[in-house]
Design a protein around this ligand. Structure first.
Ligand code: FA5
Length: 329
């Protein structure tokens, strides 16, 4: 039995030395000195031995237990120091840069435009993306059979009994003009940025989902001169003074006269917005007397403006989510 005790101590010594962490050390200690260990078994059976043997074996077994506990204690201290050292942080090392998001180029240009027009006294008015047919078309002088409806084909969301109940995805931000004029009397000076939708074949300059910003000013004595001055001013403020801007006669059912505004870009004209003097019929539709008041309005394509500003050749890049494009801004 004496030899066995010595052998137990030797093998436990080896196991303790090999323990890689505190969990495996605890396991060794429990296995060698716990209730089910051979050492405990020996101590329990001492009473069956004769008195001489009893003293000798008892002494050795107790000594073995004390020795194992001492070795385990030393090992525990060693492992704890190691663990503390591995957790040590060098605060002078450069940190890991967190991935922070950023504004999309559309938002950057939109905000810039809002800032410039706010300086001219325009306030923001908003309208819903899911719009009534009545506001998107009828009250803008585009009745059901009007050919302009083909140009602005869209996604219909709800079919009701008539245009007051039919809901569609708005094709432009112009319905906000109607909503605002129904609720407010002149003088009016608003801008309305937002998403617009068209059932459209996409190409480098046409998207089915894009953004516009509407502008509307209604007051006494407004003329095309005011329209031209405001538009030329904000386009040059956003794109730079050297940009060449052209007003081209055009047609919109809700303005008279109407124009398209183009900017010279990569060797050709790029259409940036539609605009014109608010049609007297539209003013009458919303209860404003066209004999007293006149107004002008414009609807600028924000993607187009952003393409001009940053020299982007394809509108589809805005929505395809490629980080190589998005992270350049
Ligand atoms: C309109 O939407 C009129 N509501 C603009 C207007 C407002 C006229 C107020 C008069 C008074 P138009 O369909 O031309 O017009 O669109 C205006 C601008 O939106 C275009 O000049 C262009 O910059 C942009 N745009 C139009 N369609 C698309 C498209 N599919 N993808 C990207 N931009 C577009």
């Amino acid at each position: 039995m004496e030899a066995e005790i010595k052998q137990i101590v030797e093998s436990v010594k080896l196991s303790i030395a090999k323990a890689k962490d505190l969990a495996s050390l605890t396991e060794v200690v429990v296995k060698s000195t716990g209730r089910k260990s051979r050492l405990t078994e020996i101590l329990r059976s001492i009473s069956e031995l004769n008195p001489d043997e009893r003293r000798q074996v008892g002494f050795l077994a107790n000594e073995a237990k004390v020795e194992i506990e001492r070795l385990a204690g030393e090992k525990q201290t060693e492992l704890e120091i190691k663990r503390a050292e591995s957790m040590h942080r060098d605060v002078t090392l450069p940190g890991i840069k967190p991935a922070v998001g950023h504004l999309s180029p559309i938002t950057i240009v939109m905000r810039e435009l809002i800032k410039v027009l706010a300086e001219l006294g325009f306030e923001i008015a908003e309208g819903p993306e899911a719009e009534l047919e009545l506001y998107n078309f009828d009250l803008l002088n585009i009745p059901a059979e009007h050919p302009a409806r083909d140009e602005w084909d869209t996604f219909w969301l709800k079919q009701g009994s008539d245009s007051r109940h039919n809901v569609l995805l708005r094709t432009h931000t112009s319905p906000v003009q109607i909503r605002y004029m129904l609720d407010n009397k002149p003088p009016i000076r608003i801008i309305s940025p937002g998403r617009t939708f068209r059932y459209e074949a996409e190409d480098a300059t046409h998207a089915a989902v894009f953004s516009q910003m509407e502008g509307l000013m209604v007051d006494k004595n407004l003329s095309v001169a005011n329209l031209k001055a405001v538009i030329t001013y904000f386009v040059k403020r956003v794109l730079g003074d050297e940009k060449i801007v052209r007003f081209r006669p055009s047609f919109f059912p809700f303005t008279e006269p109407s124009f398209e505004v183009d900017v010279w870009f990569n060797g050709k004209w790029l259409e940036l917005m539609g605009c014109g003097m608010v049609s007297p019929q539209v003013l009458r539709n919303v209860g404003i007397d066209p004999k007293i008041y006149s107004g002008f309005a414009f609807g600028v394509g924000i993607e187009r403006l952003t393409m001009l500003k940053y020299n982007i050749s394809d509108i589809r890049l805005f929505l395809n989510g490629d980080p190589r494009f998005a992270n350049q801004f």
